[in-house]
Design a protein around this ligand. Structure first.
Ligand code: SF4
Ligand code: FES
Length: 340
């Protein structure tokens, strides 16, 4: 076991653990943000640099500090290593620079973006972003394209984290999309207008940290913080069948996989569960989904309220037969014309 100290907290970790993994063992208060690393995906990480940390002591054997910030998702812990994340003002300043770079080609269209409220870049900009940009050139823009029957790509928002490429590579039988070209010409695209259709392809929507890949069955249906997330499961022959149903009134507006405190999918789900099962009767209701207090989605004080307990109880009993039965207002659909 190797000893590492991060922001003053010491932990022993097995050989081969990265600084980011060690920090996550200590908890979310210590862990650096990660836009491209994804614990479920092999070889992920190393693209976005949001996870940088300052290594003030390399190891017991060689205590020299590392000369510049390192990507914690790609740097292996050495015995006796000392690391600063939130306790270093220079590091926070450097992370601000990384966010500025990520935003150089990312539109600030959160008010109309489907990912708003659960976007890592939005959170990161809120925490570390500068109040104005120094970027003077025209931003890259792309037309929206349909990549398959369920997913829409808006490349303008993509930060080229490669998560969707790795998900398709490691989870589906045949990957038909990837990053084309290099440098500022790089873009996500399908190979010669192919559609992404295989059984687990919907998971690329869940792993996308921004609003570049969106669920066509949910686009502009509602703002995520107005919806009520409920844990549910079904006996699915293809996947675990454990999902979150996002309700507005008695309508299931979307189905997603369940995510952990780092916004990573716990178990990937199949397209049938995600896109074809939008009736309460398709599911066994487990109860309200726990949403972190830091998330804007929790602003509706969803968990713990008596109204909510009643709502899930009656959902489970399939008692909502007519709209007047609802304890909440019926859904108000956003128009695609206004929400662009
Ligand atoms: S589309 Fe999303 S998941 Fe794919 S590379 Fe771009 S930001 Fe990452
Ligand atoms: S999370 Fe480490 S480089 Fe992106």
């Amino acid at each position: 076991m190797l000893k590492v100290t991060i922001d003053g907290q010491t932990i022993e970790v097995p050989d081969g653990t990265t600084i980011l993994q060690a920090a996550r063992m200590l908890g979310p208060e210590v862990a650096p943000p990660a836009m491209c690393y994804y614990s479920k995906l092999e070889t992920s990480g190393g693209y976005c640099r949001t996870c940088i940390v300052k290594v003030t002591k390399g190891s017991e054997k060689d205590p020299r500090p590392m000369p510049k910030p390192v990507a914690s998702c790609r740097t292996i812990v050495m015995d006796g290593m000392e690391v600063q994340n939130k306790t270093s003002p220079e590091l926070l300043e450097a992370r601000k620079g990384v966010v500025e770079f990520l935003l150089a080609n990312h539109p600030l269209d959160c008010p109309v973006c489907d990912q708003a409220g659960e976007c890592h870049l939005q959170d990161l900009s809120f925490e570390h972003g500068a109040e104005s940009t120094r970027y003077e050139f025209e931003r890259r823009t792309f037309e929206k394209i349909d990549i398959g029957p369920h997913v829409q790509l808006h490349m303008t928002r993509c930060i080229l984290c490669y998560r969707c490429v790795m998900t398709a590579d490691q989870l589906t039988e045949k990957r038909v999309h990837g990053v084309m070209n290099r440098g500022d010409a790089a873009e996500i695209s399908t190979y010669i207008t192919q559609g992404i259709e295989n059984d687990f392809s919907g998971n690329i929507i869940d792993v996308c940290p921004v609003g570049a890949l969106t669920d066509k069955t949910f686009r502009f249906a509602n703002r995520v913080w107005f919806t009520k997330p409920v844990d549910a499961h079904r006996d699915c022959p293809t996947c675990s069948g454990k999902v979150v149903l996002w309700y507005r009134g008695a309508d299931v507006l979307r189905v997603t996989a369940r995510k952990n405190e780092y916004n990573e999918v716990i178990e990937f789900i199949c397209n049938d569960c995600r896109f074809e099962r939008k009736q309460t009767s398709d599911w066994v209701i487990d109860g309200p989904r726990h949403i972190e207090r830091t998330s804007v989605i929790s602003q509706g004080h969803y968990e713990g309220g008596t109204k909510v307990a009643e709502f899930t109880k009656r959902l489970a009993a399939d008692q909502y037969k007519k709209i007047d039965d609802l304890p909440v207002q019926p859904p108000r659909q956003l128009s695609p014309d206004t929400a662009r």
